[in-house]
Write a protein that binds this ligand. Sequence first.
Ligand code: MG
Length: 268
Amino acid sequence: MKFVKFCIKDKISYGIIEGDKVVEVSGDIFGSFSRKNVKYNLFDVKFLAPCQPQKIVCVGLNYTDHARELNFPVPKTPILFIKPASSVLGPEEEIVYPAMSEQVDYEAELAVVIKTKAKNIEKDEVQKYILGYTCFNDVTARDLQKEDVQWTRAKSFDTFSPVGPCIVTGIKTDKLKVEAYLNDKLKQSGTTDNMIFKPDELVSFISKVMTLMPGDIIATGTPVGVGPMNAGDIVEIRIKEIGNLRNYVVKKKEPGKLDMAEVPGRTE
Ligand code: MG
C-alpha cells in the first residue's frame, strides 16, 4: 500500500494511491483509518511530505562502499545525528541554498517511517512499529560540515530534509536500489545489501537510545557518490518500489524573496 498526504483546493488529506488515482482516507494512517468514497486523479493533487516527524534520526556512515570511498573504517556501532522537524520539505518543493554555504550536496537515502511509539525494541520485533518506507534526501552543506566539529549546522537548514513522495508498506528492504539523479543524470547508485546496519537493526538500536514516535523518520545512510547541487538544478531520489522524490534547488537573494532569474523556466 502507498500512503500519501495531499492537498487539493486548499484541503489537506491522507490517501492511498491506486493506479492513477488517490483514494482519500479518513482517520489516522498511523492508527485506524477507512477509505472514503472520494477519488482524485494523481495529476490533480499536490503531494506533501507524507508525515510530519517530531525528529529525523540519521545514520552517518552506513554503506560499505561509501566508507571505503572516504577511507573511513567501518563503524562498529551506528553513528547517529538528528535533523530538526523544521527542515522537512515535500516533493516538488524548493531546496533553498543558504547564504552561509557554498557547497550543498545531495545524499540519496532510504527512510523508515515509524508507526507506533517504540522504546527498547528488539530487532525481531521492530516490524510492527514500522509504518513503511520512503525516499529521503539528506541535504548537507558540505563546506560547513567540514568546518564544524559536529554536523548540526550543516544538516539543519530549513528545506534540507526532502521526504516522499509516499510511504510504502510491506516491502522487503534487503536489496533495494537507492539512486540520486541530478538534472536527469545518474549520480548515486547503491543497493541496501551494502548497508553495514540494516533498517531493522537501526530501529532497534535507536529505540534503545530514544523513544520513537509515530511519524518519526529514520534515514538509513547514503551510498557511494555524493556530490554538489547548484541553483537551477533538479534533484531526484529514486527507489523503484517507492517512487521518485523530486526537488528544485534555488538561491534566495534576501529573506523571503526568491531570485527566480537563477531558476530557468520557473516563475513564482
Ligand atoms: Mg546522510
